[in-house]
Design a protein around this ligand. Sequence first.
Ligand code: ADP
Length: 366
Amino acid sequence: MLMGPAIELGLPVTLLAASPDESAAQVAPRVVIGDPDDEAAVRELAAQVDVITFDHEHVPGDILRGVLADGLCAVHPGPDALAHAQDKLHMRERLTALGHPCPHWWRVTSRQELQDALAEAGGRAVLKTPRGGYDAHGVRIIADASEAEDWWEGRDTLLLEELVPFARELSAQVARRPGGETRAYPVVRSVQRDGVAYEVVAPTPELDDDAQREVQQLAACIAEDLGVVGMLAVELFQLEDGTVLVNELAMRPHNTGHWSMDGAVTGQFEQHLRAVADLPLGATDPVGPAAVMVNLLGGSREDLAAGALEAMADDPALKIHLYGKTVRPGRKVGHLNLVGEDPQDLLRRAHAAEELIIEGNGGTRA
Ligand code: ADP
């Protein structure tokens, strides 16, 4: 999804991909094949480009520090900023030290410490693996330390968080250039299902201007404090009384920002490229009163293109983004965007199209 805007901006991209079948490798003009944690491959890439950026968090900081120390190319976001998106414990420590609002959390290094922290947290809490989690792999609600036995294998530290009784989840995206210029997107509401982003509504319904500005400022402040360059997504919990707490950070275009590809003057992928290439940032204004994004998760239909054809014919306003991935149950294989007047109407239409694309007519999903 970075590739289209890169072509339009005239930025020649070289991609590091683990295999030629990866979605991005299918559309990148030049590809270096290698794993993201293979130092030789990352350095081979670095020797060919002016700046390295990311669409995931899996390149180890030490490899990036080596690239910078040897002056091979720039790295945006830099390894010190990126560390906060790679390690949730590091993120919690830093945000707490900076005074940004977080859930109560505990660093636990033994079963006994975990049991004690659980008791302090009220007997039930959220345990997380500090590194390598995604789509809720690495997030588990537990009531007893014994429920985490398997997670100690190969790890000496875990993160325990209070179980936040949030009213809803929000996400705030902000872009930041190397010199510090930032631009914030409208704050969105995201709904998760089984730990995976399911739908997003932009802007967040019933979030007044002051509250929206406050959340945008929090995201810009975090970007500044951590020295992020590129897109930053700040995922948040909002409590019943309006208070927000930071859940986690992503320093790249993020699932909760996909709506902006069709719903904002500048989509997040173009904006990420502008920021890391140090070009003036684009306007983040929405192009309509409301936009929604619905993820396409693999269902019973393998031929997504056939489903897409039917959905396009049904609803010409629909914007379909397919990722070129083989369908597996529950796997993110694309997303849909719709822009219009009424979020409820947009969600209804987007979910009807989702059903058609992943299950076909007469699908089994409710
Ligand atoms: P991942 O890195 O896999 O996306 P997250 O830390 O974002 O994991 O957690 C995934 C989801 O689990 C969140 O979107 C939220 O719905 C739920 N969750 C995570 N932490 C907490 C918490 N402390 N309290 C309540 N729910 C949580």
